[in-house]
Design a protein around this ligand. Sequence first.
Ligand code: ASP
Length: 334
Amino acid sequence: MKRRTFIQNASLSGIGVVTAGAAIGCNNETKTLEKENKPSTPKASLPLVVATWDVKNATAKAWETLQQGGSVLDAIEQGCRVEEANAEGQSVGIGGLPDRDGNVTLDACIMSPEGGYGAVVYLQNIKHPISVARKVMEETPHVLMAGEGAKQFAISMGFPTENLLTEASIKAWEAWKVTSQYEPIINIENHDTIGMLAIDKDGTISGGCTTSGLAYKMAGRVGDSPIIGSGLFIDNEVGGATATGMGEEVLKTVGSFLIVELMRQGKSPQEACEEAINRIVTKNKNFQKIQVGYVAVNKAGEVGYYGIHKGFSVTKFQNGENVNLPSDFYLKSS
Ligand code: ASP
């Protein structure tokens, strides 16, 4: 199932998760998922790359970068760039679905093992926001740059400008305009971020997050993905976490920071992801209409992941194997 298809299917009044058929399917699937979701043994093999959704080309690139002697930061940047350059992916980089006015605006952030952070928000006409985020971290005294200033900075760093609105995205936007829902009907909007975490063979951790945000968002809207502690958080002493889904909910619960702090207190990555989803579910009575997915790693290379709805998945490259794994989820029945 394509990432966007899932969001649409699961969200159309929740049918993907509440029909009797789906409930039966859940039971069977849950057994499999329970097996698959058991955290890896504490002596998990390193290096390791894990990312939200089915992005095997991206995790493969990150893995290859590590194998060739690149740093974890290089691996994250190179891995995220694969999805940003994929014009067919309508949630990241070129081809990302536009806002309500037809503008493609990109958000991204990156964190280094040393605790460095760089991010861009509302960036237009630059295909690789993850690389601009890294430049913000490494080349400026700042951590977060927005809009036209971020674009001018990118140009000054040698990034080319280009039109990111593809024919396919224009068509989708035109179709959306027929009904032009200006109320944020979040459960029929499209969204998916690539969040990626990498650990090298010595246990050094880095992460990145890149997105075009919610499709047909209000002009100026920024989500969780570029915001430290929400869409991404890395503490090289503990682990890292990243998020996908309804950014407003992740922001309100500072989800990735929460997960890392829970791991610091002794929770496994799986337990911490589940607690962060529980936090959203507890605080928002409309949680049935929202999808959020988290993935986390700890210093030992244990991995956890969890979503609100069925359909979230992660891609994990470990022990030379690059696999897409379905995530367990909160909403088994309602
Ligand atoms: N988290 C992103 C945002 O809210 C979108 C997504 O991952 O679906 O901008």
